[in-house]
Design a protein around this ligand. Structure first.
Ligand code: BGC
Length: 452
């Protein structure tokens, strides 16, 4: 029971959220570089031009990871740092940065897990239609080929896309994220389809140009569902809700099945094909074959879930959260059960070894008078969630867990106002302070979750 002896304990970040150096060493611009600089888009006019200055401080940051005892680190490559126009010209200085980071990690005994796309669409490709252009599958494939050629001698774990739900939904439907557009539904389905094709092409290219056998995965997200009780009918209701389409079409990207069934089962869910029929692009058998290019592991980012029960009318219904229900500083509900039922439902359906590629919370962290950062709420949250994950790990094949995030960082539209890190970042000085939760997590890693 519990976590396997080789369970991978890690933490995660993404390029734009921590790197900074947005205009250095011939990096190309991406949609966030452009969008965040325009007034009114990001909380407080913040942007990621310096962020955590990780580009210059990565050696110290790897030292901190070592201090925490991380076994693995999930980070993303900024596509426009290595291919400034998205295709064609390779920027050797960008490659050199990731080379040095990988070497530093390996030297510290930390396994690198590389994500290819965590939302930085090169601006030059955006101008050519971005996700709307079917050629994006080739462009992304070219980038994946470069990653395999240059990094796969030392990196054997890759994830293709991070949270397509968000970069399509928030970027192109609600317009809360870069590039800040509210596109017609029809266009967003086209983009989603092309994003999945791009994923498939990247898998092919990674495999073809790999210098060693790779473990390739995909890292979508979505609120999970968990049953109110463990009665079979409530479990059935939660499962059914998790894999069904969103009741509101303008929120259609918030679902699991549309994004994961094609990748893992080779077809779009029937319910969605029927419901979204007026908005769908042409979908060919060749597309579906490409999208379903076999992967090795399934990553899922899980932050919270909805409590579901079977209603008296035989239809699933959401149980109301009581007054004062616990929530994080981002006002996200605290629902540890999501980390038991989520992986369980996903494993049942997709039968792939799983990673939790992100999980965590923001807190109102401050430096206390004693100079330390006390974050009991984060420790309590993680203890509860990891306790549930431990239960799941005793039942299904879960390979690892990546806490989000290693350090406080640029939280997209919320700028630096939300702190998700195990490590506190004092932005004016760039000083890092390990929060109490970082020391606590170190203990969890050391005893492989025994005390959870
Ligand atoms: C994203 C991260 C983000 C985190 C917290 C996930 O949706 O992958 O980039 O910072 O959640 O909002």
């Amino acid at each position: 029971m519990g976590f396997s002896d080789d369970f991978v304990w890690g933490a995660a970040t993404s390029a734009y959220q921590i790197e900074g150096a947005a205009k250095e060493d011939e990096k190309g611009a991406h949609i966030w570089d452009v969008y965040a600089k325009e007034p009114g888009h990001i909380y407080g006019g913040h942007h990621g031009e310096t962020a955590c200055d990780h580009y210059h401080r990565f050696r110290g940051d790897v030292g901190i990871m070592k201090e925490i005892g991380l076994r693995a680190y999930r980070f993303s490559v900024d596509w426009s740092r290595v291919l400034p126009e998205g295709t064609g010209r390779v920027n050797e200085k960008g490659i050199a940065f990731y080379d040095a980071l990988i070497d530093e990690l390996l030297e510290a005994g930390i396994e690198p897990y590389m994500t290819l796309f965590h939302w930085e669409l090169p601006y030059e490709l955006y101008k050519r239609g971005g996700w709307m252009n079917p050629r994006i599958a080739e462009w992304f494939g070219e980038y994946a080929k470069l990653a395999a050629q240059r990094f796969s001698d030392r990196v054997s774990h890759f994830f293709t896309l991070n949270e397509p739900q968000c970069f399509v939904g928030l970027g192109f439907l609600t317009g809360e994220h870069a590039p800040g557009l509210k596109m017609p539904l029809r266009d967003t389905f086209e983009m989603a389809h092309n994003a999945l094709r791009a994923h498939g092409r990247a898998v092919q290219m990674l495999r073809q140009y790999a210098k060693q056998p790779l473990t390739i995965g995909y890292a979508p997200t979505c609120g999970m569902c968990y049953p109110e009780t463990e009665k079979p009918e409530d479990i059935k209701a939660a499962r059914q809700t998790l894999f069904s389409m969103n009741p509101e079409d303008r929120n259609w990207t918030w679902n699991v099945a549309w994004w994961s069934d094609p990748v893992l089962l080779g077809h779009y869910p029937k319910e969605g094909l029927k419901r979204y029929e007026p908005y769908l692009p042409r979908i060919t058998d060749a597309d579906m074959k490409l999208i379903a290019e076999p992967i090795d592991v399934y990553g899922q980012n899980i932050y919270n879930g909805r409590c579901i029960r079977m209603g008296a009318d035989g239809r699933p219904e959401e149980a109301r959260r009581g007054e004062g229900f616990p929530k994080t500083a981002s006002s996200w509900p605290v629902t540890p059960e999501a980390l038991y039922w989520g992986p369980k439902f996903l494993y049942e359906r997709y039968q792939k070894p799983m990673y939790i590629t992100e999980n965590g919370l923001s807190c109102h962290d401050v430096i206390s008078l004693d100079g330390r950062v006390h974050d009991p709420n984060r420790i309590d949250f993680l203890a509860r969630y990891l306790g549930q994950l431990k239960r799941a790990a005793g039942e299904i094949d879960i390979r690892g867990y990546f806490q989000w995030s290693l350090m406080d960082n640029f939280e997209w539209a919320k700028g630096y106002s939300e702190r998700f890190g195990l490590v506190y970042v004092d932005y004016p000085t760039q000083k890092r302070i390990l929060k109490d939760s970082a020391y606590w997590y170190r203990g969890v890693i050391q005893n492989n979750g025994a005390g959870l």
